[in-house]
Design a protein around this ligand. Structure first.
Ligand code: TYD
Length: 224
């Protein structure tokens, strides 16, 4: 495969989507290679269907079903989009990939990590990013950033309240801060275990500052 695969990971409101958009725009402006932007789950008809369906559910799914839905979406995406595009030399910019499953379904929701790893192995077929940016931030700060109002429950824990006009069911974002802390810890553990692939960036910096750090690393991987 001759392409380049870059992913962004992090909790809700960490700025992944903004940074993915900025990187795609910069690549399109400064580099002649084809750029493909992806957002997981999604990117194929099945992936978009799963995304809409999962987001519309207010009752929790079984953990196993959730794992298999996310990885089913990824299997389609890898075989129908990512692998063929990489073979043609494209640059893929993914807003979430298999590391999201490790962290959300494994570390945060508590499925055994070997089961998550097995599902990810089937879904990815061994296709992993060349470079992954972790937009790292403390859970409270990132929740404020997505505009989720917060309150405190009787034990003093922060409880997010959905934005009043938000029609989309924010199932994932309504989970408690302990969940988001496990997400953060899980990501940091992955980054530490594989430092050649991961770049950890402080997500509370200015958007332009983060983009400059991203661009510096990406430039290092672009052929002259
Ligand atoms: P989305 O609205 O895309 O959130 P974000 O902008 O933060 O990416 O919703 C995706 C949600 O799905 C997010 O809460 C993380 C979750 N998710 C998983 O639990 N497992 C996965 O494998 C993926 C890709 C996402």
């Amino acid at each position: 495969m001759s392409g380049l695969f870059i992913s962004f990971e992090g909790g809700e409101g960490s700025g992944k989507t903004t940074q993915s958009d900025m990187l795609v725009a910069r690549l399109e402006a400064e580099c002649s290679r084809r750029v493909v932007r992806l957002h997981e789950p999604g990117g194929t008809p099945l992936g978009e269907y799963i995304r809409d369906w999962v987001k519309a559910q207010s009752a929790p799914l079984t953990l196993q079903a959730e794992l298999l839905l996310f990885t089913a979406s990824r299997a389609e995406l890898v075989q129908r989009v990512i692998r063929p595009e990489l073979d043609k030399g494209a640059i893929i910019v993914a807003d979430r990939y298999a590391d999201s499953t490790t962290v959300y379904q494994g570390n945060a929701r508590g499925l055994p990590l070997d089961e998550v790893k097995a599902a990810n192995a089937i879904a990815t077929g061994g296709v992993w990013p060349d470079l992954t940016f972790l937009l790292d931030t403390a859970p409270g700060a990132s929740l404020r950033r997505v505009g989720v109002q917060t309150s405190f429950d009787q034990e003093g824990r922060v409880v997010p309240i959905p934005r009043p006009n938000d029609t989309e069911k924010r199932r994932f974002e309504n989970l408690d801060t302990a969940f988001h802390q496990r997400v953060r810890d899980g990501y940091r553990r992955l980054a530490k275990a594989e430092p050649r692939r991961w770049v950890v960036l402080d997500a509370l910096q200015e958007v332009e500052t983060i983009h400059a750090q991203v661009w510096e690393r990406v430039q290092g991987l672009l052929a002259p």
